[in-house]
Design a protein around this ligand. Structure first.
Ligand code: MSK
Length: 661
């Protein structure tokens, strides 16, 4: 539950925050306390898109009477601000996806020789979806054609984004009916920026529908492209055991934190850190080895594929520096606080930027180049190793970690329910239909220092599984659950309701599944689509007894994700205040107009109990609409075990990549 007496529900983080306070070091938590948000901008009532303003649309009857210098009303200004945020989030995910597509292309042509195609099965499947014939072609030729096709999707001017056809048929019809099918990713982002420019789109409803359209270019475009290409290049995730916590820093090893979002360079660092030459170099400098540690969504990527431990999400980045044990924090793009460079000045830590898109004053810049990726990775590691001797005794030292099992790709979720030959979503759908599982909740998104870190993520996750709701999680939400110890099958025994526990025991999975990074919210779209296609739970995503929640959000990317789930038919709840709180009209559109048109809606609810209540009511309402058995708490007990937990734990690698469809 949200606890106002603490800054973080992550015990290790809380200890470091207290240590920092005792040593006069400032963190985002302190700055959030000191800097009060401007209430006008915070609620979406400030327009600063031209230089006649900024115009503040406040006062009595602002909804009807307030207007900017140009005459823009409060609903127009709020809707415009909202659309710009969604467009920015879409641009961020999709630009990441573009880089991934170019890496795939250059891996295929041999221009990026350190990258190989690791999942050929997925590559061929993707080629099929993109109507690319594969007979008689090498994987390199197929990869080249797939990469070229995906790259063309960014600048496509007409027609429909290719992955739209992966959605349930009924969903596609809804999109076509309301003109929501994106033409090309860049086109939708550019159009959103144009519409919101001074004096263009003046209709709040039109602007808000545009927000759904651009978000679809993110969910069924940028995010999905990124997930698929990353799997092809680095392997489709399967469950792996690891550890979560900032406490994973080691006293006697060189600690290198990989932080950001694009996994390409981090993958090379993982490989390079295992090279004898690098390990010998570390020993020569007095360290026992090299300890790689993930942060934010890069953490999720390398955790799911290599079992590299995660130091946590967004709000742990300054704290990782404050352990005094980080020799280097290597960053690329997105969710990187400039404050880490300032924190690093008090320690020996080197902040290493690697992307021309994301430079930082007071950091060392080592430019990433996919043509010599491994060499760049070695250069980063050498900088970190050379820095080991500079470590001082200062810093908060906490060494407590939590076990985690992460890496539930949708392919693995399919596989785990029936093995290689009978993989399907049938057992999950049957369990929902029978009421063993009440429904599914996606708990995703960021941390925000205005809310005790992880507190709402943890509270909701625990309450949902207690109520037999299966939880899927990504991004910093997944990191929160991992640090809280919710991501092991044992949690099912301790915390889950009897129906969910029975299913988790039978399959041998945790009741909270780690599905990956922010871009991997596309995996949740795919899981939802598979559930629809499997039958018995309606014929559209909007029929599923499911909700999406981002309880501690802060990023524009989270809004883009929220909108693409709404546009896909889902009820989405964001925590804290609404960025369009000022306008009743806009609130009405995202709650009622969107629901009438696309079946999904977006609400902002600050109270965690209210989030839980609304979510469970929605799940039960959807169950009723499907005429499913009424959910009765405690109706099911643990009756049978297909595989015991002990047996399951013995399996180091639960499935081999070639066994995953
Ligand atoms: S890192 S976008 S704080 S989830 Fe993907 Fe976390 Fe939100 Fe960044």
């Amino acid at each position: 539950m949200a606890d106002k007496t603490i800054k973080s529900a992550d015990r290790v983080a809380e200890e470091i925050i207290e240590w920092a306070e005792g040593h006069g070091l400032e963190t985002a938590f302190d700055r959030a306390e000191r800097l009060h948000p401007c209430p006008i901008g915070h609620s979406g009532a400030c327009c600063k898109i031209c230089f006649m303003g900024p115009c503040r649309l406040v006062g009595p009857d602002a909804e009807e009477k307030a207007a900017g210098v140009c005459g823009a009303t409060l609903p127009v200004v709020s809707a415009r601000n909202f659309l710009r945020m969604v467009a920015a989030g879409t641009a961020a995910h999709s630009d990441h996806a573009r880089d991934m597509a170019f890496t795939l292309l250059e891996a295929a042509t041999g221009e990026a020789p350190d990258f190989k195609i690791k999942d050929e099965v997925k590559l061929r499947k993707l080629a099929g979806i993109l109507d690319i014939p594969t007979d008689g072609k090498t994987k390199e030729i197929i990869a080249k054609e797939v990469a070229e096709k995906i790259i063309s999707q960014f600048g496509q001017q007409k027609g429909e984004l290719a992955f739209i056809r992966r959605a349930p048929k009924k969903r596609q019809e809804v999109w076509r009916k309301w003109g929501l099918v994106p033409r090309g990713i860049d086109r939708e982002v550019a159009e959103a920026m144009h519409r919101t420019n001074m004096g263009v789109d003046q209709d709040p409803e039109n602007l808000m529908m545009a927000a759904l359209k651009v978000s679809l270019a993110d969910g069924w475009g940028g995010c999905m492209f990124s997930t698929d290409i990353t799997d092809i290049l680095f392997g489709t995730p399967r469950p792996r055991r690891s550890q979560a916590s900032i406490g994973i820093m080691k006293e006697d090893e060189v600690n290198v934190v990989v932080h950001g979002h694009e996994p390409t360079l981090a993958e090379m660092v993982v490989e390079a850190a295992q090279e004898k030459e690098m390990l010998d170099y570390a020993k020569q400098k007095g360290a026992k080895g090299i300890n790689l540690v993930g942060m934010c969504c890069t953490a999720n990527e390398v955790l799911m594929r290599h079992g590299i431990p995660t130091a946590g999400g967004f709000l742990n980045q300054e704290l990782a520096v404050m352990t005094g044990l980080a020799e280097a924090v290597m960053v690329d793009v997105q969710c990187i606080m400039p404050a880490i460079a300032q924190a690093a000045k008090k320690f020996h830590t080197k902040i290493i930027t690697t992307s021309h898109k994301g430079k930082m004053i007071d950091a060392v810049h080592v430019q990433y180049d996919e043509h010599r990726a491994k060499e760049v990775a070695r250069q980063v590691l050498r900088l970190a190793i050379d820095n080991f001797a500079n470590r001082t005794a200062e810093g908060s030292r906490v060494h407590e970690t939590t076990p985690v099992i992460a890496g539930f790709s949708h392919e693995y979720i399919d596989y785990m329910q029936g093995g290689r030959f009978r993989a399907s979503f049938r057992p999950l759908n049957d369990a929902i239909m029978a009421g063993r599982i009440r429904g599914v909740a996606g708990i995703v998104g960021c941390n925000n220092p205005r809310i005790a870190q992880d507190s709402i993520h943890d509270y909701l996750a625990e309450e949902f599984i207690k109520n037999d709701v299966l939880v899927v999680s990504t991004g910093c939400g997944a990191a929160a659950c991992a640090k809280a110890g919710f991501m092991t099958p044992e949690t099912a025994l301790e915390k889950a309701g009897p129906g969910l526990r029975e299913v988790c025991e039978a399959i041998g999975i945790p009741p909270i599944l780690h599905l990956g990074a922010c871009v991997d919210n596309s995996r949740i779209l795919t899981v939802a689509t598979h559930m629809v296609n499997e039958g018995g739970l309606g014929d559209d995503i909007s029929d599923l007894p499911a909700v999406g929640i981002a309880p501690e959000w802060m990023s524009e990317k989270a809004l883009a994700i929220g909108c693409y789930f709404v546009a896909s038919g889902m009820y989405v709840i964001f925590g804290s205040e609404s960025p369009v709180e000022a306008s009743e009209t806009v609130k009405h559109i995202k709650r009622n107009v969107w629901e009438e048109r696309v079946g999904g809606k977006l609400e902002f609810v600050a109270d965690p109990d209210e989030i839980l209540k609304k979510s469970l009511e929605h799940i039960d309402k959807k169950r009723d609409a499907l005429k499913l058995r009424k959910y009765e708490p405690g109706r099911f007990g643990v009756e049978r075990k297909l595989m015991s937990m002990a047996d399951r734990r013995k399996l180091e690698a639960i499935a081999k990549p070639h066994e995953i469809k």
